[in-house]
Ligand binder design. Structure first.
Ligand SMILES: Cc1cc2nc3c(=O)[nH]c(=O)nc-3n(C[C@H](O)[C@H](O)[C@H](O)COP(=O)(O)O)c2cc1C
Ligand code: SF4
Length: 481
């Protein structure tokens, strides 16, 4: 699909003043927390420490969200591209590094042939990556006692592509009436067995032990974006001990967490959660996204309303209660999936090549994630809540972030795409520096379009390093087609 169609929504860069921004929100009927003026650096809520139950201090309220680059070696080690991205995370100024990207715990569970892979064979590389993060952060900010670093562990389930860029090798928990069809799987496509899942739980525990030995403070047991952990939560129709009842659908998480408690005592655990989901979307006649059709009620969206187009957080809250009972403190909220409803997951004005034109102003997508996150924070004041999807706010990210923190709508403001284009934005905000406008992410989605076409990810339009790579020219050709 061409991404050249002129977007019908006003660009954020055109909203020059706080008043312009507020007025535009009114015209599109979107409400966002917003402070017209920014506090001085000394007064900024973003500079406040956060102290975890363990006594560990996190030095400020900015968090780098996990972002992979499709750029590891075939055997799962970081490449120079990976190391550069992690360095950018380390020098961003944020004191919480959530992830820092999805790392598979076994080869056949990789989302692409270049996804990072933590095994006994690659373990040393992850220690070196951690040591480099600490060194780079120390060189710029001196203190690393208040830096909290996690490693996101994953199995990509339905979206596995471990061996060839063009060959999906899905591993599914149940036959999904829309997603099976959408990704070319027959209704009787074989399901992942309970025995495989038992072994996979051991792989997650083993990877957690290795992460702890490498120095990471916590592991994130990924439950978002349609990958395996997330798919468990909607496996109502699966038979056996991992499907059906709430207890069965969450057995994967509880088994891993209990295993970590005995095998890696002291290691923190976090969960990145798609707190709500919708029905999959597809391009309509005019390329604008429309929902896939379904019969009567849509019951496959965890945290989703039966209409398929809204949220119902009843089960989400039940899951978060479980998380509390497992002594998990760190939760990062996101929504939906980049594979089947990207506009609710990473709001963008320009869709990736496998996407669709936005069916709503992307600011509505930002507001939805912020609102769900605020509802969760209100209901679970004891959890440490990180919010996502701020990048589309662009120039106004600091004003919205400040209001979120001042009003306790989340504990941390998460930075995703923005730090691919503008790695030091968190530091600039914390220091009260004026923003570098030419580095602000404009949600061109090249960082998603490139990997969808078998290339490494990166900010090809705005990061001079990626601009100069041959992939940038190839990407231009793909987009022009
Ligand atoms: C290139 C790219 C890679 C991503 N990789 C991951 C990942 O490895 N793990 C994850 O949980 N989310 C991943 N995400 C999602 C982001 O963490 C984030 O939720 C999303 O981009 C929305 O936040 P933003 O508006 O600040 O970009 C990725 C997003 C992008 C654009
Ligand atoms: S390619 Fe760069 S500008 Fe485009 S969405 Fe990604 S980070 Fe933003």
């Amino acid at each position: 699909m061409s991404t050249k169609t002129k977007p019908k929504y006003k660009r954020v860069a055109q909203l020059k003043t706080a008043n312009d921004f507020r007025e535009y929100l009114k015209t599109i009927g979107v409400e966002l927390p917003f402070d017209d003026t920014l506090a001085s650096p000394e007064q900024s809520p973003a500079r406040k420490n956060f102290v975890l139950k363990s006594g560990q201090t996190i030095g400020n309220r900015f968090c780098i969200l996990p972002m992979e680059g499709w750029d590891g070696t075939p055997d799962g080690r970081p490449s120079e591209y990976t190391k550069r991205r992690w360095k950018n995370f380390a020098i961003s100024g944020a004191k919480l590094l959530w992830g820092c990207e999805a790392v598979a715990v076994r080869h056949d569970g990789r989302a692409n042939p270049n996804q990072l892979l933590l095994t006994t064979a690659t373990h040393d590389e992850y220690k070196r990556l951690y040591d480099s993060l600490i060194k780079d952060h120390r060189e710029k900010f001196q203190n690393t006692d208040d830096l909290l670093v996690g490693l996101q562990l994953t199995h990509s389930g339905r979206f596995c592509k471990p061996n060839h860029q063009k060959k999906m090798e899905p591993q599914i928990l149940y036959a999904h009436p829309i997603l099976n069809r959408k990704f070319g799987l027959s209704e009787d496509y074989p399901l992942m067995t309970d025995e495989y899942i038992d072994g996979l739980i051991d792989d997650f525990i083993h990877a957690s032990v290795m992460a702890q030995e490498a120095g990471y403070h916590f592991v994130d047991i990924k439950h978002c974006h349609g990958y395996l952990g997330h798919e468990f939560l909607s496996a109502h129709t699966r038979k056996g001990k991992y499907g059906g009842s709430f207890e069965n659908r969450t057995r994967f998480l509880t088994s891993i967490v209990n295993g970590i408690k005995s095998a890696a005592p002291g290691l923190g655990v976090g969960v990145r959660l798609s707190a709500f989901d919708w029905v999959p979307f597809k391009p309509g006649a005019d390329q604008v996204g429309i929902p896939e059709s379904f019969e009567d009620k849509y019951s496959f969206a965890f945290g989703g309303a039966l209409t398929g187009l809204g949220h119902d957080l009843t089960e989400t809250f039940r899951f978060l209660k479980l998380i509390e009972s497992l002594d998990i403190e760190l939760v990062c909220i996101t929504g939906g999936s980049p594979y089947y409803n990207p506009h609710i997951q990473r709001p963008a004005l320009f869709p990736p090549s496998d996407g669709y034109q936005p069916p709503e102003d992307p600011l509505a997508g930002v507001a939805r994630q912020l609102q769900v996150t605020a509802d969760i924070k209100k209901a679970f004041p004891g959890l440490v809540i990180v919010g996502s999807a701020y990048s589309y706010l662009q120039e106004w990210l600091p004003n919205v972030g400040q209001s979120v923190l001042n009003n306790g709508l989340a504990d941390f403001v998460g930075f995703g795409r923005m730090v691919l284009s503008y790695p030091e934005m968190p530091d600039d905000i914390l220091k009260g520096n004026s923003l570098k406008r030419d580095r602000i992410c404009r949600t061109f989605s090249d960082c998603t379009t490139a990997p969808r076409n078998g290339m490494i990810s990166g900010c090809f339009p705005l990061d001079p390093y990626y601009k100069g790579l041959p992939e940038a020219a190839t990407l231009k050709e793909i987009k022009a087609e």
